[in-house]
Every structure is written in structure tokens, then in C-alpha cells.
Design a protein around this ligand. Structure first.
Ligand SMILES: NC(=O)c1ccc[n+]([C@@H]2O[C@H](COP(=O)([O-])OP(=O)(O)OC[C@H]3O[C@@H](n4cnc5c(N)ncnc54)[C@H](O)[C@@H]3O)[C@@H](O)[C@H]2O)c1
Length: 426
């Protein structure tokens, strides 16, 4: 009698179970718990969430106890040693969704433990950290990927398709804005918000969109911002930021992009998050407003606080399907599903001897591989350095990329000595 082949599986670990877990990871893991993950190339792969690591464990345990079989019964670790304990418990990949300045240490541990890594945006805050993670992933023969779910927004996919097909030709300039409500900065994020800024938190979505969609070489970053609502007017915590990036393309022509972000928008704003872009080309203009895609709904006593007036049904909407099933779906969840499929492809879509080729194939995907995140991380690192200098009484600094003094260099007005943030080539 032959022994049955064990079902292929990818045991998942989760670091951080806050807002983004609630919105995207939870529906993803609940769905794979119900349905598994299937593709003709790798078969039926189970993706159980087996262990989680958070700061206090409270939300994790409350969710596990209330989810009544909707998800795999995971073990919850809390406290300073939580990530190590979770990794010791044995997982095949781990997702890092802790606050952005805590991504690096957790991600490093994940890769050192020999697991595939999926880290929330922005992947890390410096190029040195990025180099270390990319080298580790290479050494361990694992995937190291970052979640920029806006690249999967159907509107952004269409924009990129038109650029890719040369229907929209040569971007000249553009602006993007993303405004979060006050309740987020004052409530959910209160534990980690001191010294942080909304630019790093959300401008990175648009930095990546611009970088991935239009290509080119990042040249210059400038930024300003406002303080006084989330923290003191002269402190290190920012209410809103405005950054500008200049890119240069192969033909020597340049484009400039402004990205405005805030997390102090009034809570009675009709949409949860206000997101708008405009890109101007040699032969066209693209205008996108992710909150005004056509639906406006008012319900007495519900909108705009409990329910949003202009809802985003594309990101992670909850629906009753025409066939009666209750689902939560959207590009915020699709991006996680893609990653799990990439990992399943590497591990199970053919003989072990061909794993290196499958790994290389998945690592070549520039939309989410850490190795392709260089210019985005450079822009984030520049933004952080400019805001830090500003908070220390030196506003209006400028960061130049791959110039005479190094890969990423901060110049202060009226000061001859540049501050080299990264010596290597970006
Ligand atoms: N993809 C997106 O569009 C998107 C949207 C929102 C947030 N995010 C990203 O997800 C991450 C988390 O954001 P959020 O909005 O969920 O924040 P949050 O404050 O709601 O949750 C943070 C979580 O991290 C945990 N945590 C904090 N320090 C930790 C540590 N040292 N070790 C382990 N866990 C720790 C907390 O317990 C909490 O569960 C951030 O990097 C953010 O940029 C991404």
C-alpha cells in the first residue's frame, strides 16, 4: 500500500496585526483557509497562518478567539522576543506589517531564519538596509518582496498599459495626493507616530507607481511639511508633507512629480482616504481619482462616519455575490494572493532540481522584488533626511542622486559640506 503524499503547504507567519492586517491579510488568510491556493502548475497548496508576532498580543488573540474556525488556529507570540519565537515555531514565509521604522529588523530575522519574506511598504528606510536584505535573500535562496498594492489598482494598471504600449508618450510632470483622516494619526497610530511622517507612510505608494510606470533615473528630491496638530509645531512629528522628485529618461529629457500627503484630514471627510493623481504627457493627460470612481451613497445615521459616502469598492470591498456567498475582495488582497502564488510556484511547480530557475523567474518581477526597490527606498531615505534636517532647524535641503559626492547626498542651503547618505550607486 502506498503512503499518501502529504499536501504541499506554505506555513505563514504574520508580524504586526494592525489596520492593514484587518483590511487585507485577514480576508486573504481566511479565504485560503477555506479554499486553499490552486494553480495547474503547482497544484493545491495549503497556506495556513500558523503563528503571529505582535507587540501586546491582545488584538491577535481577540481575533483568533472570535473568528470561530474562519482561519487556521494560529499561535500568538507577544513582546520583545515575539518575532524570534514565531520563527522558531516554524514558518515557510512571513509577512512584516509592523510600523515602517521596524520593518528592517523583523525582515532580517525572517530571511536569516530561511523563510520567504513579504514586507509592507515602504520596504525599509535606507539603501544600506535594502542592500543587506537583498544580499541575505540571495544567500538564502528565498524571495524578498514588498507590498505596493496600488500597482494592482485597475486604474493604475490601465495607466501603465497605456504607457507601456506608447499610447501615452513621455511623461513631463504630474502630481499625486493622498490624505488620511485625523482619527488614524490620533488613534490607531498613536503608539508609533512620534518622529514619523505621512510621506514615508503613504507617498511611497506614488513614488513606486511613478518609478515602476515611467522608469527613468531618479535625480533630485526636495520636500517640505507642516507640524502642530499631531505633535508640537517645532517637533519631529509631521502632519503633512509635500515632496518633489525629478527623473531623467534615456533621451536626456526630465520630468518632475509632486506628492502631497497628510494624516490630519477631518474625520467627516466623505471618503476614508482621498487619493488623486494627474500625469501630463507629450500627447495627453491622465486624471485619476480613486475615491470618485462613480459611487456616491448617503445613508442617514451611517455616512460619512460609519460608512463612507464615496466608497472605494476596488481596494477591499465587502460584497454579497450574486450566488449568495459573502466575500471580501479587491486589489489589496489580490497583491497578497500573487505573492503566495509566487512562493508556491518556486517551491512546488516542478522538480527540486529546477527550483533555482523558478526562483530566478520570480525574483525578476520588478513590481515587488526588493532588488528593484532601490529608487523608491532612495526617495524615502531622502525624504526622511530632509525632514530630520528641517526639524533640527535646517529647512530647504536638497538631495541629489548619483552625483559627484556619492549615490545619495544631502545639501544644506549655505553650507559647503554635503552630507553623504549613501556612497554606492543608487
Ligand atoms: N499596503 C498598504 O497600502 C498599507 C496600508 C496601511 C499600512 N501599511 C503598512 O503596514 C504597516 C503597518 O501599518 P498599520 O496601518 O497596520 O499600523 P497599525 O499601527 O495599525 O499596526 C501595527 C501593528 O504592528 C505591531 N507591532 C508594532 N511593533 C512591533 C514589533 N516590534 N514587533 C512586532 N509587531 C509590532 C502592533 O502590535 C500592531 O499590530 C506599515 O508599514 C504601513 O506602512 C500598508
Amino acid at each position: 500500500m502506498s503512503t499518501p503524499t502529504p499536501q504541499p503547504q506554505l506555513r505563514a507567519g504574520m508580524i504586526g496585526m494592525g489596520m492593514i492586517f484587518e483590511e487585507t491579510y485577514k480576508p486573504f488568510f481566511e479565504r485560503t483557509h477555506r479554499e486553499g491556493l490552486y494553480d495547474r502548475r503547482f497544484g493545491d497548496v495549503a497556506v495556513p497562518l500558523t503563528a503571529v508576532a505582535t507587540k501586546t498580543g491582545k488584538r491577535a488573540e481577540k481575533y483568533r478567539d472570535s473568528s470561530k474556525g474562519a482561519i487556521h488556529p494560529f499561535v500568538s507570540y507577544a513582546g520583545d522576543d515575539a518575532v524570534d519565537q514565531m520563527l522558531r515555531a516554524g514558518v515557510d514565509f512571513a509577512c512584516v506589517a509592523s510600523p515602517d521604522d521596524r520593518h528592517f529588523s523583523a525582515s532580517k530575522k525572517v530571511l536569516e531564519a530561511g523563510c520567504h519574506l513579504l514586507v509592507e511598504k515602504p520596504s525599509v528606510l535606507s539603501l544600506t538596509e535594502l542592500d543587506e536584505l537583498v544580499a541575505l535573500a540571495k544567500k538564502q535562496n528565498k524571495l524578498a518582496k514588498v507590498v505596493y498594492h496600488k500597482l494592482l489598482d485597475p486604474d493604475h494598471k490601465k495607466l501603465r498599459t497605456l504607457v507601456h504600449d506608447h499610447v501615452l508618450q513621455h511623461v513631463n510632470n504630474g502630481y499625486c495626493s493622498l490624505l488620511e483622516p485625523k482619527s488614524i494619526s490620533g488613534g490607531q497610530f498613536a503608539e508609533w507616530i512620534v518622529g514619523r511622517n505621512p510621506g514615508t507612510y503613504v507617498a511611497c505608494h506614488y513614488i513606486k507607481l511613478i518609478d515602476f510606470t515611467f522608469g527613468g533615473k531618479l535625480k533630485t528630491i526636495t520636500a517640505s511639511g507642516q507640524r502642530g496638530l499631531v505633535g508640537p509645531k517645532d517637533g519631529p512629528t509631521w502632519d503633512s508633507t509635500q515632496m518633489k522628485m525629478v527623473y531623467e529618461y534615456d533621451d536626456g529629457r526630465q520630468a518632475a512629480f509632486d506628492i502631497h500627503t497628510s494624516w490630519v484630514t477631518p474625520d467627516n471627510f466623505p471618503g476614508y482616504v482621498e487619493q488623486e493623481v494627474q500625469f501630463r504627457f507629450d500627447n495627453g493627460v491622465w486624471n485619476g481619482h480613486s475615491r470618485k470612481r462613480g459611487v456616491e451613497c448617503t445613508v442617514e445615521g451611517l455616512t460619512p462616519f460609519k460608512m463612507k459616502t464615496t466608497m472605494n469598492n476596488h481596494y477591499n470591498g465587502t460584497f454579497v455575490e450574486p450566488w449568495g456567498e459573502r466575500v471580501q475582495r479587491g486589489y489589496g488582497i489580490e497583491v497578497l494572493d500573487r505573492f503566495a502564488r509566487e512562493a508556491a510556484y518556486v517551491e512546488y511547480a516542478g522538480p527540486k532540481s529546477e527550483r533555482p530557475q523558478r526562483l530566478a523567474q520570480m525574483q525578476a518581477l520588478g513590481y515587488n522584488d526588493l532588488a528593484a526597490d532601490r529608487q523608491t527606498v532612495a526617495a524615502v531615505q531622502a525624504l526622511e533626511a530632509i525632514l530630520t534636517a528641517h526639524a533640527n532647524g535646517e529647512p530647504d535641503c536638497i538631495v541629489r542622486v548619483n552625483g559627484n559626492h556619492g549615490g545619495l547626498v544631502l545639501y544644506r542651503p549655505g553650507c559647503d559640506k554635503p552630507d553623504v547618505l549613501y556612497t554606492g550607486v543608487v
